[in-house]
Design a protein around this ligand. Structure first.
Ligand code: KG4
Ligand code: ZN
Length: 334
């Protein structure tokens, strides 16, 4: 079975072809970083327009790379939420219409389920149940995974998502968008012990997160230390990154103890952070994460997640619908 994956939930247009015998046979991502950089964050209307411009040529390129034609496809998967509604509508309209024209099934995929399943593109499904930590620009979720489609939310961020905290901290430091990769780069030359930032909500029970206070703590240090030398910026970046990674480690340990699971799956854009990967490696559990390029938004994870449901015979009506908000634990077993 060959499934086309289309991702347009935020600022990356991603297209991929998944083949059930060969795995991902082609995938391409067109990033909008340059487009949004000068505004210091994502401008939703510009994002939608760029998806419209890119989706068709990227499909042609991806089919060419896959040595495939439209006629070889057995299904189409597209992100139907959560995300920016205009951006989502582009992928949903394009994907649903393409499938209708080809007379093949189409399926709307939950973006965070696709992140959750992304590590399984390279590895077999781990022993169930397991715990997943999903850390992206819009979400921070701790999930108890009983099986594909069977998710119980253990905890989530009550304010900023982890990726958002990276992006906002980078902005405070005068760095460009997206902030995560820039903070990570500077942090590698910084002293992560110089500033003692809080490990929010670790001193009380529970599995929820809060990252807005950490951002305020960074702002206070910047005000007290300014004018900043380049070593100050690197030390703040490193101390911030360490505080985030340790907060996540403490909550993951708690989630593993709480559920009795022995495997942790780490995914989402922030899973590309090597300090976080290292810190989580110190947990006594099996740790799985996708390759760096499959951590951030891409079409491959959408094709793979869509394949799981299409292959199980799950079908949807022809209606084109997208959801800006969509809770992961409302999904059913395919
Ligand atoms: O999953 P993703 O590509 O998009 C969403 O679904 O939101 O995640 C994007 C987020 C951004 O906030 C970005 O700053 C962050 O992931 N990110 C990183 C790194 N690479 C991307 N954060 C920390 N370290 C990184 N290396
Ligand atoms: Zn994402």
């Amino acid at each position: 079975m060959r499934v086309l994956g289309i991702e347009t939930s935020c600022d990356e247009t991603g297209i991929a072809v998944y083949d059930s015998c060969r795995g991902i046979i082609a995938h391409n991502v067109s990033s909008q970083v340059e487009l949004h950089n000068r505004y210091g964050g994502i401008v939703p209307e510009l994002a939608s327009r760029d998806h419209i411009r890119k989706v068709s040529p990227l499909l042609a390129q991806t089919l060419h790379d896959a040595g495939s034609t439209l006629g070889d496809l057995d299904g189409v998967a597209f992100t139907s939420g959560p995300g920016l509604i205009g951006a989502l509508m582009v992928g949903a309209s394009f994907g649903r219409s393409l499938a209708w024209a080809l007379d093949i099934p189409a399926i709307g995929v939950h973006h965070m389920e696709a992140h959750l399943l992304a590590p399984l593109l390279d590895t077999a499904i781990p022993e169930l149940p397991f715990v997943a930590l999903l850390v992206s620009g819009g979400h921070t979720l701790l999930v108890h995974v009983m099986g594909i489609g069977e998710y119980r939310l253990l905890g989530q961020s009550l304010d900023d998502a982890v990726g958002e905290a990276f992006d906002k901290t980078a902005k405070l430091l005068g760095l460009g968008y997206p902030g995560g990769p820039q903070i990570a780069k500077l942090a590698s030359n910084g002293n992560d012990q110089r500033f003692q930032f809080p490990r929010p909500m670790t001193d009380r029970p529970g599995l929820d997160f809060s990252f807005s206070g950490l951002k305020t703590a960074v702002r206070n240090v910047i005000d007290a230390t300014s004018p900043l030398e380049s070593t100050d910026v690197a030390d703040i970046a490193a101390s911030f990154e360490r505080a985030v990674a340790e907060t996540l480690r403490i909550k993951c340990r708690r989630a593993l103890d709480h559920t009795g699971a022995s495997t942790l799956v780490l995914s989402g854009g922030v899973a590309a952070n090597t300090t976080l990967r290292k810190v989580l490696q110190s947990l006594e559990c099996a740790l799985l994460y996708p390759s760096i390029e499959l951590c951030t938004d891409n079409g491959a994870m959408i094709a793979f997640a869509g394949y799981q449901r299409l292959n199980a015979g799950y079908r949807e009506p022809l209606e084109i619908s997208s959801k800006a908000r969509w809770s992961l634990d409302t999904l059913g077993v395919p």
